[in-house]
Design a protein around this ligand. Structure first.
Ligand SMILES: [Zn+2]
Length: 274
């Protein structure tokens, strides 16, 4: 797939004139270049996790599932934790960091990815809006140890079902959970959320105060959970710019963003770097 040249030219112009970069990243950022698999539907989910056949991703990715289906749910997250740890961050991180480093006022990465790859790639200013799989804690809000980080490592079998043992529970008897925003996590804030958001807010305000020219680059954010698309749209309005949208899925044209879509993030970011 070829990038639309007129859109690329317009995007390059915005990037080259910018003082700072706000990167808004979704699953496609970590999956760029085929480094990590994504599953867009239940069939894809079950292909990667045959032991979870019959359960939907939405069911497994819930706090209730740590109570109702502990070994399968814990197995899923334990496997993801090890997979992310054993996989190098995608090339898209290196390229986007290079973009940020070129700018006098640097930049920030706002991500829904929970794999910790942004920090490993060298990003200093990261807001992980859905939390991190590298932090775990007691699930009970009533526990005195709630939100105290616990190291948890348990083996999983060939179908990624965990061997649940006493280390999977807090002293209070409640399960240990990952600090990730789950689908039934109303009101939950991941452990590092407030601190990261505060750093983000200070940086954001400093850009506004200095009347910085900011480019907003959205990488690999799908439509299924549109939080990140809403964020990039908001940032672009505040800084009077267009969103540079990079997505593997082809998008319909719109005046609100520049379309580097239908290509992998690595190719699109390489084209932007020149
Ligand atoms: Zn507890």
């Amino acid at each position: 797939m070829i990038i639309d040249e007129s859109q690329l030219k317009a995007a390059r112009k915005i990037v080259s004139a910018a003082d700072a970069v706000i990167l808004v990243a979704g699953a496609g950022m970590s999956a760029a270049g085929g480094v990590l698999p994504t599953f867009r539907d239940n069939e894809g989910f079950w292909r990667h996790y045959p032991g979870l056949k019959g359960r939907s991703f939405f069911t497994v990715a819930s706090l209730n599932s740590f109570y109702d289906d502990h070994s399968a749910t814990l197995g899923f997250y334990m496997h993801r934790k090890v997979l992310y740890r054993d996989t190098m961050p995608s090339e898209a991180y290196r390229l986007s960091l290079a973009l940020v480093e070129q700018k006098p006022m640097k930049g920030v990465l706002v991500t829904t990815n929970v794999d910790g790859h942004a920090q490993r790639a060298g990003f200093a200013n990261v807001w992980e809006v859905h939390g991190s799989i590298n932090e775990w804690h007691c699930a009970s809000v009533n526990c005195t140890k709630y939100r105290k980080v616990v190291e948890l490592d348990v083996p999983v079998d060939s179908e990624f079902i965990a061997s649940v043992n006493s280390s999977c529970f807090c002293d209070c008897g409640q399960p240990i959970r990952p600090s990730i925003m789950l689908f039934d996590d109303i009101g939950y804030q991941p452990l590092s959320y407030a601190m990261q958001k505060s750093v983000f807010d200070q940086y954001f305000v400093s850009l506004q105060e200095k009347k910085a020219k900011v480019c907003v680059i959205e990488v690999g954010c799908g439509n299924a959970v549109p939080t990140q698309r809403i964020n990039s749209g908001r940032y672009s309005k505040i800084f009077s710019t267009k969103v540079i949208r990079i997505n593997k899925e082809k998008e319909s044209d719109s005046d609100d963003f520049l379309n580097l879509t239908g290509v992998d993030a690595v190719k699109a970011l390489s084209s932007l770097l020149g």
